[in-house]
Write a protein that binds this ligand. Sequence first.
Ligand SMILES: [Mg+2]
Length: 304
Amino acid sequence: VRSDVSLGIGDDAALLDVPAEHQLVTTTDVLIADVHFHSSATPHSIGHKALAVNLSDLAAMGATPAWATLGMIIPDIDERWLEKFCDGFFYLAKLYDIDLVGGDTARGPLMVAIQLMGWVPRGAALKRSGARSGDHIYITGTLGDAGLALMHLKGLRDLLPDQAATVRQRLDYPCPRVELGIQLRSLASAAIDVSDGFVADLRHLLRCSAVGAEIYLDELPISKVYQSLYGEIGWEPALTSGDDYELCFTAAPDRDDEISTLTELFDIPITRVGTVTIGSDIVFFDREGQQHSPKHTGYDHFGV
Ligand SMILES: [Mg+2]
């Protein structure tokens, strides 16, 4: 049990101590069966992902995660399902030293709602609103693999068994960039996590900062599996498919060296993919300097 939990599960509510001179950061996500996770997703992966997507939001704020509450609606009291879910949830919770400080369950169609709380030094939180013209735009990890997994699940894309397994892992077990987010507090000018698709989330950041961007398509970070399919699928999934849970952030050009050292420190690729501009548009360029516009810019989860 964390020492900052004065009173955890067992009373009417929890009592939590936010460190002095810090701010509480809180986020919540609701996951619904067949909308936010596929019917073939294992309970273990659902437990992981439900917490991971919240961790990703805190990472995008530069917050240190600390406490969670868990609300669940489950169809039947299926002990084995619940056990596997908890294995997935608590494995990740333990990794980030998160205490579960409250929760509730009810019977009904499967739904998981987590509230995750953490803290940042007062005034140090990363926001979507700090990007300035001339800042560089960066992406952690790679884009589009979870989208490829979804396309495969929907029968829209054939993949070799090992390719399918690799991208399915990215869909079911996203890696929230928590430690990196904490380091970015003093480096990034703005940040957002990529949950709805790179372009859609970049748009949110740009709107909040009242700026535009140019994006260099040939710099977009993609996995080996994606690279092998690039000839057929192009840039579209990397730009628009969701569920990547990477960080998109901006930083002043003179922070570039410090950002490179983070790549080594955490062994996570951090790729510069563009530049913040004045205005409000996103303009895409290929290697030849040719301009492009993507067909879609949103993400519909499992919707049709
Ligand atoms: Mg987010």
